[in-house]
Write a protein that binds this ligand. Structure first.
Ligand code: AMP
Length: 222
């Protein structure tokens, strides 16, 4: 890796590709800050902040929140990552967001160093997303079939109830996948000549995907 001091990465893939499961592991392994726009927005909705109130209806419907709102929260969060490096998760989701991000990172002379691109066939995504269950206070994520909790509907650690996200239903998912295809996937074109994209097959078990990411990243980071 040329710019040795910090890892500044982006985890990329459609909803259900496994970004949310893999990201905490990578973040821990490499000591970078996890910047998930979905988590930031859900926290704002729960706290009923001005941002949360503006974002809620778009999120519930499976639509994208406006670029201005999302770019604003990311720009603020990035300013606090100088010393740690970061992993962006769920951002950028449009070419416009990617362009705004590139401007900020270029002017700070801190370009992205890696893009982990999780590649998953679309047929697998619905089963993965619609079976997902979340423990809201901690963000722990389960799947009714692939990663069930020890007791149905209960968090393993606290025994508190698990919830299904409003946008993890088939209706909202179809819209989210269409948006991903039309608005998010084209972002990769911006980065294709920079030599920073790591393609990882995301249609494997969690453990295999994790191993593949680690092998590819450590080959580049060390
Ligand atoms: P996620 O947890 O990443 O699937 O995000 C959940 C929802 O938050 C998305 O369906 C969008 O409504 C909203 N969201 C998250 N990140 C973005 C983004 N970069 N741009 C626009 N909307 C976003």
């Amino acid at each position: 890796m040329k710019n040795q001091e910090k890892i500044r990465m982006l985890i990329f893939g459609p909803p259900g590709a496994g970004k949310g499961s893999q990201a905490p592991k990578i973040v821990k392994a490499y000591g970078v800050k996890h910047l998930s726009t979905g988590d930031m927005l859900r926290a704002a909705v729960a706290a009923k902040t001005e941002l949360g109130v503006k974002a809620k209806s778009a999120m519930d419907a499976g639509d994208l929140v406006s670029d201005d709102l999302v770019c604003g929260i990311v720009a603020e969060a990035l300013k606090k990552c100088d010393k740690t490096g970061f992993m962006l998760d769920g951002f950028p989701r449009t070419v416009n967001q990617a362009t705004v991000l590139e401007k900020q990172l270029t002017s700070a002379k801190t370009p992205l160093t890696h893009i982990i691109n999780l590649v998953v066939p679309f047929e697998l995504l619905e089963e993965r997303i619609c079976g997902r269950r979340i423990h809201k206070p901690s963000g722990r994520s389960y799947h009714v079939k692939f990663n069930p909790p020890k007791v149905e509907g209960k968090d393993d650690k606290t025994q508190e109830p698990l919830i299904q996200r409003n946008d993890d239903c088939p209706e909202a998912l179809t819209k989210r996948l269409e948006k991903f295809n039309s608005e998010t996937q084209p972002i990769l074109k911006l980065y294709k000549d920079k030599g920073i994209i790591i393609n990882v097959a995301g249609d494997n078990t969690f453990e295999i995907i994790e191993k593949q990411i680690n092998v590819s990243l450590s080959a580049q980071v060390n």
